[in-house]
Design a protein around this ligand. Structure first.
Ligand code: GLA
Length: 400
């Protein structure tokens, strides 16, 4: 039956249905993009955070020295711009107006002065609070019930990034508590990157994009292979939810803290890069070794993380200890990680039909850790030998 011959009530119904679908789709894409307007998460955030190395032992002097070191090592130039203070920066009690107060013994000059210092270096300052009554250290108040006030305080100090933890809350769901801070930040008068840290408890990948700019998908990382690799695994499951504006967060980097081998730290950096994870250095950048620098300053790997397409790589083949991870990059390129999780050296193969390159294409391969474009041209497969607890990382570019 043609539309013209439908009874008028059916046409009205069809029009209403169309309108409902259009409005719903628009509302959904708007809500998924609610915070994109802050413009701070077009690519995953890069910087440093105090927690993994310093725990609660932080003060304004070492934060300033860290900012200086990010500049003098060249890390800032590579994109590591956020200097993020984690837990333990505030006094245990609010002042008589209910404001958070920087701890006088460790941050006597206050956070505004610190932000001014960090900004004067061309860097950004991040801070930490909690969607509960106290933070996870139990050493400072959380923001539950004080969201508007705290967001305004952070903005008035010039804060650029808020990590928002989940300890000591009232038992309500993160999806109830976190958006209160989202709205408070949107009203604070300053763009502030919003990092949700509810540890993956309530599948934040499913709702995080309308609430924040990144969401932790895992519990805390520790400086060892099993912890690191299991966080990469848990985070990978949610690959389809990451995109410019909002990123899955498998927790901060441990590279340079001493608990893994060089090859294992290379795996750590490669997986975080291809997973479009935040690259937040977690070691003491004031005393960084040559080996650590070599890893965290690998610009070719950083470029994969920061690629404008913003597609999180996935495991495209898992054969026991051998895994192929791959993700599309801009310019019809593909990033590939050949990961050997096992105890012995193995030969591994990347297959075009697994990683999304058209069959029979001839491909140029760039080895991102050797910093070499391989002389050989590859058709349909690329094969390499990979050591135990190690990986190879390539960018493949089809040329015909
Ligand atoms: C939680 C977070 C960590 C860190 C600590 C601070 O465990 O997941 O990343 O912020 O709290 O107490």
């Amino acid at each position: 039956m043609e539309a013209s011959s439908l009874p008028p009530c059916s046409i009205t119904f069809l029009l209403l249905l169309l309108l409902t679908i259009t409005v719903t789709v628009n509302a959904d894409s708007l809500s998924r993009r609610a915070l994109l307007a802050n413009g701070l998460a077009a690519t995953p955030p890069m910087g440093w955070n105090s927690w993994n190395h310093f725990n609660c032992f932080i003060d304004e002097k070492m934060i300033k020295e860290t900012a200086d070191a990010l500049i003098s090592t060249g890390l800032a130039n590579l994109g590591y711009k956020f200097v993020n203070i984690d837990d333990c920066w505030a006094e245990i009690s609010r002042d008589d107006k209910g404001n958070l107060v920087p701890k006088n013994s460790t941050f006597p000059s206050g956070l505004k002065a610190l932000a001014d210092y960090v900004h004067s270096k061309g860097l950004k300052l991040g801070i930490y609070s909690d969607a509960g009554y106290f933070t996870c250290s139990n050493k400072m108040p959380g923001s539950l019930g004080h969201e508007e006030q705290d967001a305004k305080t952070f903005a008035s100090w010039g804060i650029d990034y808020l990590k928002y933890d989940n300890c000591n809350n009232d038992g309500s769901k993160p999806l109830v508590r976190y958006p209160v801070m989202t709205r408070a930040l949107m009203n604070a008068g300053r763009p502030i990157f919003f990092s949700l840290c509810e540890w993956g408890d309530m599948h934040p990948a499913l709702w995080g994009a309308s609430v924040g700019n990144s969401w932790r998908t895992t519990n805390d990382i520790a400086d060892n292979w099993d912890s690191m690799i299991s966080r990469a695994d848990q985070n990978e499951v949610y690959a389809d939810y990451a995109r410019p504006g909002g990123w899955n967060d498998p927790d901060m980097l441990e590279i340079g803290n001493g608990g893994m081998t060089k090859d294992e730290y290379i795996v750590h950096f490669s997986l975080w890069a291809v997973s479009k994870a935040p690259l937040l250095i977690g070691c003491d950048v004031r005393n960084v070794s040559k080996e650590t620098m070599e890893i965290i300053s690998n610009k070719e790997v950083i470029d994969v993380n920061q690629d404008k397409l913003g597609v999180q790589g996935k495991k495209v083949r898992m054969e026991g200890d051998l895994e192929v991870w791959a993700g599309a990059l801009s310019g019809y390129r593909v990033a590939v990680v050949l990961l050997n999780r096992g105890a012995v050296r193995r030969v591994m193969t990347a297959r075009w039909d697994d990683i999304g390159i058209p069959p029979s294409s001839t491909v140029i391969a760039r080895d991102l850790w050797q910093h070499k474009t391989l002389k050989q041209r590859f058709v349909d497969i690329l094969t390499a030998t990979v050591d135990s607890h190690a990986c190879k990382m390539y960018i493949l570019k089809p040329i015909s």
